[in-house]
Ligand binder design. Structure first.
Ligand code: ZN
Length: 188
């Protein structure tokens, strides 16, 4: 009897320990194209220098493509307009090369070869910590968008980066979702 009680107490401590820890330090964002096809995931990780983004995708058009964090957690295909503008909590100009930039959501271009990309990026103004400036969970979350052209790093408001062709939601719901299509990186 006493042993059962002790087991229950231990189980309670264990469970409450899990529930009490609300901060997300990493998550996978599944990306979908305008047809609703899954392209793989972008793995977000809280790092000392910002948020790391491990982009492992396939089924993209080859070439140099823009990738940005957008302000709303909406991915309505086919145009993904409801994701809003680039995530820009500081209300500054667009562009990693702009003297009055850049948006927190501005990221280096992706180089896609044979439809595939496997690269790590860093968003130095981003964090996964809730309630902090640059939090990807500001409001109800944000989204990650890939565009059909490269971002020139300078042109307002979005680097002349073409159409929005893929989207993934950065939300707590997405962080908890298990059934994602993860593309394994190829051996180098
Ligand atoms: Zn921007």
């Amino acid at each position: 009897m006493q042993k059962t009680f002790r087991t229950l107490v231990l189980a309670f401590i264990f469970l409450s320990g899990c529930v009490g820890d609300e901060s997300i330090t990493k998550m996978d964002v599944e990306m979908f194209n305008s047809n609703g096809d899954s392209l793989g995931t972008v793995k977000l990780t809280e790092e000392p220098e910002g948020v790391g983004l491990k982009v492992t995708l396939e089924g993209l058009p080859s070439g140099e493509l823009g990738i940005h964090v957008h302000e709303f957690p909406n991915c309505e295909a086919p145009e993904f307009k409801t994701s809003g503008n680039h995530f820009n909590p500081d209300n500054v100009d667009h562009g990693l090369m702009h003297p009055d930039g850049a948006h927190a959501g501005d990221l280096p271009n992706l180089i896609v070869d044979s439809g595939k990309v496997d690269v790590e990026l860093v968003g130095p103004q981003l964090t996964l910590k809730k309630g902090q400036k640059g939090s990807l969970f500001s409001q109800k979350g944000t989204s990650l968008i890939i565009t059909s052209q490269r971002d020139d790093g300078m042109t307002q408001p979005s680097g002349d980066s073409g159409e929005r062709i893929a989207c993934g939601k950065i939300t707590e719901e997405e962080a908890e979702r298990k059934d994602k299509n993860v593309i394994e990186p190829e051996e180098e």
